[in-house]
Design a binder for this molecule. Sequence first.
Ligand code: HEM
Length: 500
Amino acid sequence: MLDGSLVTLILFGLFGYLFYLYLTWNYKYWWKRGVNGPKPKVISGTFPSMFSADKNIVSDMCNANKNFKETENFVGMYTFRQPQLLILNPSSIKEVLVEKFDSFHDNDISKNVDKEVDEVLSQSPFFSQGDLWKNSRKTIEPAFQRDTVKNSYQSVLEVCGRLVNFLEKKSQYPPINGINTKDFVLRFTSEIISHVIYGSEAGDFEKEEASEFHNLATYPFARSLFTNLYFLIPKSLRYRKIPFLPESTVEFLNKHIQSSIQNRKGNKDKKDFLDFLIKLEGLSSSQISSHAITFMIDGFETTATTIAHTLLLIARNPECQERLRSEIDAKVEADGHLSFENLNDLPYLDMCINESLRIFPPLLYSTKVCTKDCQLVNKNDQPVLVPAGCGVVIPTYTIHHDEEYYSDPEEFKPERFSETKLKSLSDQGVFLPFGLGPRKCLGVQYANAQVKAVIVEIVRHFNVKMNANTRTDNQIDGISYVASLEGGIWLDFEAIKKSA
Ligand code: HEM
């Protein structure tokens, strides 16, 4: 007879073995299909950086690219035990995002956004699927055209003016560790959204603490393992029915959007984003809120990240900043502002922003889901079946930092993005900050107007300087889904004295 403790030991061993089998069961998935890739490790799969506080998971994508790009167009990866395909070759990226869009029209994350749990979010374009996405995008697309953006430009200038006052006050008694640039830029983007959607000021420049609106808008991008899990393996949280947006956020937004619609009813001539939403009155209130939320979720952090990193890069490169200032000063009009039209006539500014988007693409990678079986062909001409349901990762950051496409990829060289070079890089599929194809970012024009206007105003009024508190390399934060310099961006803003 076996004694009790031996039986317990055997049962533990058996359970441990079964658990190990469960964790590793899928690890031959890609091998069986003839797809090469990094060797998975138990639990972390091919993303060991997922459990590291200082390494972002894009470092695993960069390693896979370095080790396999010569022989493979794509490799098999595993997040925990879930197989995914990581696309390495820019032509294959274009195939997924453009030519075979029919099979890859949904974002992987949208599988996890349950209509019942996240009603508002599930109707916003980035998070919606199939026909719902098509309709949602079609409904909202006109609000992103040039004229609507132009009609919001006055609000952008107003907020820029308040930002300059805020920085002027700060620069009188400059903090020894520099000004937390991401923080004040987030205040800027939350003010813009508050103006454009709610037609009111959030008050973010007038008080030390961030406004309620700012805090709610920041939440979805909080630096957490939770957000990483959501973006990388959406299935993981589906079963728990955890909403991506907390109920309190949805309530807050619903309340404000409804009251701003009421307030605006008497004045429908503004022809801006809010006016557009009002004209969608036939829609349910949750549909209207979901469009307002689109602005907040998709445009808030991405735009702020771009502004903050562009300021960082011109602070590190004073000669580029000088050249930029000369270009801007030559275009400022008699009223001391830059017209909306002139914003699009600043080629060196465009080059600096694009180079910043290359080094620090706000969305480090994107994940699509295959919705209809299709074939992709690997470098050895072997066709591989990608089954419906399979996740596909587009490693934007990795491509942007690949020496084959960008020499000295960590160096800030705006000249890489002259107008003709920009077109060629986009056509090759090696410059993807806004994505590609039918699901490309809808807010490019809004983003450009905000990013350019604020950089113009800051560069005109301040010398932007590095503070010793900011690191000098490009290491990105280990956990964030959105590009973010590790340790934060702390800069000095020295007011430029205008000669009388
Ligand atoms: C510099 C700032 C921005 C960057 C880098 C950026 C980047 C992106 C990327 C990479 C995507 C995913 C594309 C894909 O799935 O292939 C996206 C989608 C989207 N963005 Fe942006 N974005 C920015 C600003 C904005 C702004 C300001 C708005 C709104 C005002 C906005 C609205 C959207 C929407 C609605 C989608 C979903 C499109 C769809 O799925 O059909 N974005 N953006």
